[in-house]
Design a protein around this ligand. Sequence first.
Ligand code: NAD
Ligand code: UDP
Length: 312
Amino acid sequence: MKKILVTGGAGFIGSHLCERLLNDGNEVICLDNYSSGSKDNIKHLLDNPYFELVRHDVTMPFSIEVDEIYNLACPASPIQYQCNPINTIKTSVMGAINMLELAKNTNAKILQASTSEVYGDPEVHPQPENYWGNVNPIGARSCYDEGKRCAESLFVNYHKQNNVRIKIIRIFNTYGPNMHPNDGRVVSNFIVQALQDKPITIYGDGSQTRSFQYVDDLVEGMIRMMNTHDEVTGPVNIGNPGEFTILELAQKVIELTGSKSKIEFHELPEDDPMQRKPDITKASELLNGWKPKIQLEEGLVNTIDYFRKLVL
Ligand code: NAD
Ligand code: UDP
């Protein structure tokens, strides 16, 4: 039985990861400050004697004996991470330092939940891991993008200088149950709006693209990455290469919910990337043929079911 720390474990992705790690027979410590996550996401795990909950902020040092650390603590929705940008930078950077120090002191393996946002508004399409990206260092998204880029640098340098066993994954837009209904990201916004027959808010003309990955595929990829040999440090893209315009997503959500919602166009936020699609060649080579299994329609149906129970 491994002892595994999941920071940000009460968040959307973290809650799915905690559940899967427990089901696989591990002992799980979930650390969270509940800033964008919720105890509701993990309350069904609280009766499990191998699950522990710790309220803590990763910007402060933390000490525990563990075998593995998944570092997910960080707001992920643009609306959430831009509302206190300094705190977002501190969470990414100081959180990475504190968790890397913990990994160094306990000889734990540590995985960083990095992001496709390190590619910024990409000029290379699809995005392979060796593309350095196109990020505005002083724009509205920089607190997140540069915070995550700095965290990657910290990971690589703790590995080189201190032999810490690191794994970096770059996660592309992921959706599924346990997203917060007011989180502000596109899939949850559209589903909640559609279920309430409220206008669907498209930012810009809806021609920008994203590649949407269902959360179970991501969790499988994360665990496979953690279990690779020590030489495999990443970064490795984990995402679903199926690419859709935001307008197509809106139409699909309206169709699958049977909603009467109309589409409403709003101003495009600053520095909103125009296109995004992962090159997953590396993930497939390094992670035992990993590839996403759940395509958009099936994943949306599951997510709509979840929100229907929550919202209506
Ligand atoms: P989320 O907001 O649901 O989860 C983040 C969790 O971290 C929340 O529970 C929050 O309370 C916690 N947290 C935030 N700041 C903290 C702090 N200072 N100390 C302790 N806990 C803190 O977001 P998510 O979608 O589950 O994202 C999880 C991770 O995956 C993030 O690091 C995010 O950057 C990364 N990621 C997610 C996506 C995606 O599409 N969902 C894409 C790329 C990367
Ligand atoms: N978006 C939108 N309407 C919404 C929320 C988001 O049109 O209600 C757009 C947003 O401008 C972006 C895309 O959907 O182009 C994905 O946004 P999200 O916040 O989910 O994630 P991002 O990939 O931008 O980090």
